[in-house]
Design a protein around this ligand. Structure first.
Ligand SMILES: Nc1ncnc2c1ncn2[C@@H]1O[C@H](COP(=O)(O)OP(=O)(O)OP(=O)(O)O)[C@@H](O)[C@H]1O
Length: 889
């Protein structure tokens, strides 16, 4: 009964099985009609290639869905049980001293097609870098010890240095765990390489078979084998494409790992990017040029990743080919022939290596020169206006051409050295090896058919010859590719040196006990920044080479945080160098103390060390001795001598280093910022640059995401093109966005005048409203009347500030004065009413004297004019003689 059949659970299965069987039968019949065997290798390969791609694609999709689900659940969980340790306020301040690291997962929006994707960034594990630093340090120590005179390293050690460096980078950065996605990619890559070699073997056999069909006039078999050839091409192309894809993917993954690693220790609160210029290495080969760090990170890391991954193909493929083909050929041409072929490869390989020029050194030199050339061009672009004013075109042109000449000379040298070697290499690899291949391929036919009566059939002879010849030529090709990849290895070795040197230097600078070139052995044993110690006396400091200095070569100043004002006590200002406390002393013991609400003016001539004091306060330079008490780093705002602007909107220039969403979270709106701009006298710029060159960026999306779309004069297009759910909020992505008056994007530094730049920085100071503001020549380009109003704004807000300046006119805005003398001494005094009165009296006296001087100048000029008139006057005779008498008198 039909109902019963449907109820039967096996009914559907039986039906399905029947359909499957029917389809299989139809498929085999179709193949048979073309004379194809379904179990033949090309067919099996084709089907498995299709099947494996379908399964890989499905697995990938399933994994993506799982990850998305996991992210969603994690966010929901975080929202439900709010963990204070994971909140944005949870900061780390243990091992890193005063440094703070966000441990929270961050969500950013990445534009994709016409929508924005939500991307989660996991928190960085900084402990990892502390661990890795010791590994790099150990390597350097060992290397330094073997480089000492009398301890010459063996050549093996030098050779293995490259492998050790590569191993360290590999193990700690490229593939940090065994079960890492890069491990899977690498294994898949190797599997595909083996498959390709096996397929080459199959194609070679098929080639011989086709030749045999042709010579034996087997038309049907000939067409069948041609069809096999076509079918074979599909999985073969798939494998080739997969190898290329995996090579590129792996290179990108390696690059990403390396770049993230470098950025984590290069751009972080320990300001390695600044301190790197003060790093020195005992071994010159590990000296990093500060000027080429950008090139190292941007280009050399990419080159390293590409050459490492392409080496898998260029070295792995021929190596696998050699093994496979040798095993297969051993059955056809015998073991002695195979040994002879391999011995030939080995001997010529060694010969070629001996003749090979040092490509590694040449490559390193060329890369260095390329970097210098690139940086010089960059310098031209950055300082275009200054160079034009100075009319420095001729000078710059001759300089840049000189640099390019050095580069082209190096390339010429490289090309000419390559030429001789290439000649020899091509002769051996492209002529000698294939000729020997023909010889060995012919051996079994020549000898077997004559002596043993074996292989008498000419078509079989032909097939055997074709297969052997192709395999031996492929072997020769594999061998030559191995030889060529020796060059790749030396290229990789050069770029590994560069990347390793970069990492060594970054770790040295990222060290919490960074000693500005001093090694620990030069310092005081276990060196520690900012520990309490007995002070070095002034006379000892001035002397420079006393016993106390030798003992306290390290950095021994004490820094106290959370201080409401600013205090320095007996702190010397020394230019950081490997000489440590014995380095160039700019200022002797600086001592001053200001409390909250008090302001300090630091005056001094050019080059006396005013900015150097700020460098010490901001911990860019070390405090070799003495005491520094200051508020927490986050409560101080520093203003540098040269205003800094970023590539962003007008708003970004005011709120830097905050971003737009952070600004909104703090409760600020564009209207408030516009108020600040008017206060510093830059309101007129809003009209001029308001919404010029507006481009919607991530900040605009963040604005919408945070739900604060009503900021100032902003309007929004009601057309919503998409809605995304982020942390439980619905984010609307708008098709168009009408920019507000602070949305203009310009190259701000070159666009604003010197005075405008400084006024804009004042708007920034007012916006941030920090506990302490340290300013270096903030009004040097501002007119006196505006200087008055800018400082009055700060005073009106009761801000505590320190100003470095050359202008005594600023005295009235400060409570204390620190006058720096050329001899390295400093005088700290209070600026009270009496002082100001005295100063004003002195000023007016100076003005009076200046006016007198001017008058005297005028009188002198008048006298000279009269004298000239007298000289040129035609005196009557008797008057002339009386004039003569007068002048003689
Ligand atoms: N990295 C360095 N290496 C060597 N010397 C340095 C270094 N940095 C600064 N100096 C020197 O230290 C001295 C003080 O520099 P600083 O920038 O503090 O001067 P300043 O008093 O602020 O001068 P100005 O008023 O001209 O800005 C200068 O002679 C300068 O050349």
């Amino acid at each position: 009964m039909p109902t019963l059949s449907i109820l039967n659970p096996y009914y559907i299965d039986i039906k399905k099985r029947k359909i499957l069987l029917h389809l299989t039968r139809a498929y085999t019949n179709l193949l048979r009609r073309f004379g194809l065997n379904i179990y033949s290798k090309p067919i099996v390969l084709l089907v498995s290639a299709l099947f494996s791609s379908a399964s890989i694609f499905s697995c990938y999709q399933i994994i993506r869905i799982i990850f998305r689900l996991q992210g969603f659940l994690r966010r929901r969980q975080r929202k439900n049980n709010h963990n204070p340790l994971e909140s944005s306020e949870s900061l780390r301040a243990d091992f890193y001293g005063k440094e703070r690291y966000h441990r929270r997962q961050r969500v950013i929006f990445v534009p994709y097609k016409n929508r924005h994707l939500e991307v989660c960034l996991n928190p960085t594990n900084y402990d990892r870098y502390e661990h890795d630093r010791l590994i790099f340090k150990k390597f350097m120590k060992e290397h330094e010890s073997i480089s000492e005179p009398g301890k010459r390293p063996s050549s093996l050690m030098i050779e293995s240095k490259f492998l050790t460096k590569l191993y360290i980078i590999w193990k700690h950065i490229l593939v940090p765990e065994v079960f890492h996605k890069n491990t899977y990619l690498l294994l898949t890559h190797i599997a595909f390489l083996i498959t390709r070699t096996w397929m080459t073997l199959l194609v070679t056999k098929l080639d011989g078979q086709i030749m045999k069909d042709l010579i034996g006039f087997k038309i049907k078999l000939f067409f069948r084998d041609i069809l096999y050839w076509f079918l074979f091409a599909i999985p073969a192309s798939y494998v080739n494409a997969a190898i290329k894809y995996l090579t590129k993917r792996l290179a990108l993954n390696f690059r990403t790992n390396l770049v993230r690693y470098c950025h984590d220790i290069y751009v972080n609160p320990r300001v390695a990017y600044y301190k790197l210029q003060y790093n020195y290495n005992k071994l010159p080969e590990y000296e990093l040029s500060y000027k080429t760090v950008d090139q190292n990170i941007v280009e050399d890391i990419s080159k390293f990743s590409n050459s490492l991954t392409s080496l898998f193909s260029s070295l792995g493929k021929p190596a696998i080919d050699l093994v496979f083909f040798a095993i297969y050929l051993r059955d056809n041409i015998g073991t002695p022939s195979i040994i002879a072929i391999l011995a030939n490869y080995l001997i010529t390989g060694l010969l070629l290596k001996q003749k090979s020029p040092n490509f590694n050194r040449m490559w390193k030199k060329r890369t260095q020169l390329e970097g210098i050339y690139y940086n010089y061009n960059l310098n031209l672009v950055t300082n275009a206006e200054e160079i034009s004013f100075y009319k420095g075109v001729r000078f710059e042109k001759s300089k840049v051409l000189g640099i390019f000449r050095d580069l082209s000379d190096q390339i010429k040298l490289e090309i000419s050295q390559r030429f001789g070697y290439q000649l020899f290499e091509d002769y051996v690899l492209k002529s000698v090896w294939p000729a020997l291949g023909y010889f060995f391929a012919g051996l079994p036919i020549l000898f077997s058919s004559e002596k043993n009566g074996y292989l008498t059939d000419s078509t079989s002879n032909m097939k055997s010859f074709i297969v052997n010849k192709r395999l031996i030529l492929s072997m020769a090709d594999a061998g030559s590719r191995l030889m060529y990849s020796v060059k790749d290895i030396s290229g990789l070795s050069g770029v590994t040196d560069i990347v390793f040197t970069l990492l060594v230097n970054l770790h040295q600078v990222h060290d919490v006990h960074f000693q500005y070139g001093l090694t620990n052995s030069q310092g005081n044993g276990f060196t520690s920044n900012y520990k309490i110690h007995s002070y070095v006396s002034q006379s000892q400091l001035a002397n420079g080479n006393t016993e106390a200095n030798t003992a306290n070569n390290g950095i021994n100043g004490t820094i106290q945080y959370s201080y409401p004002g600013l205090r320095m006590e007996k702190s010397p200002v020394i230019i950081p160098s490997p000489a440590g406390i014995k380095g160039r002393l700019l200022l002797n013991n600086i001592t001053f103390n200001i409390s909250k609400g008090q302001n300090l003016l630091i005056l001094g001539k050019n080059g006396v060390g005013k900015t150097a004091i700020i460098r010490i306060i901001s911990e860019l330079w070390p405090l070799y001795s003495g005491l520094l008490s200051k508020p927490d780093s986050n409560d101080i705002y520093y203003v540098s001598q040269r205003p800094y602007f970023i590539d962003g909107t007008f708003r970004d220039q005011i709120i830097y280093p905050l971003n737009y969403s952070q600004m909104l979270r703090k409760g600020y709106t564009d209207d408030v910022l516009i108020g600040y701009l008017n206060e510093v006298g830059l309101g007129y710029l809003l009209e001029r640059f308001g919404s010029l060159d507006f481009k919607p960026g991530l900040s605009d999306l963040n604005n919408v995401a945070s739900g604060n779309s009503n900021s100032g004069n902003r309007q929004q297009d009601p057309d919503v093109i998409e809605e995304i759910a982020i942390n439980g909020k619905v984010v609307q992505v708008h098709d168009s966005y009408v920019p507000g008056p602070l949305d203009g994007r310009k190259t701000w530094f070159s666009l604003l005048s010197g005075g405008e730049r400084q006024k804009l920085i004042f708007a920034r100071i007012i916006f941030h409203h920090k506990q302490l503001i340290v300013m270096d020549e903030p009004t040097s380009a501002v007119s006196y009347d505006y200087e008055e109003s800018l400082f009055s704004s700060l005073e009106g807000r009761k801000l505590t500030f320190i100003t470095i300046s050359n202008r005594r006119s600023l005295l009235k805005h400060h409570n204390f004065l620190l006058e720096l003398q050329q001899d390295g001494h400093a005088k700290f005094s209070k600026i009270d009413e009496e002082y100001l009165k005295h100063f004003e009296n002195t000023q007016s006296e100076i003005k009076y004297l200046e006016a007198e001087l001017r008058n005297m100048d005028k009188l002198k000029k008048r006298e000279i004019e009269l004298q000239k008139l007298l000289d040129g006057y035609e005196w009557p005779q008797e008057e002339k003689s009386s004039k003569q008498i007068v002048s003689n008198c």
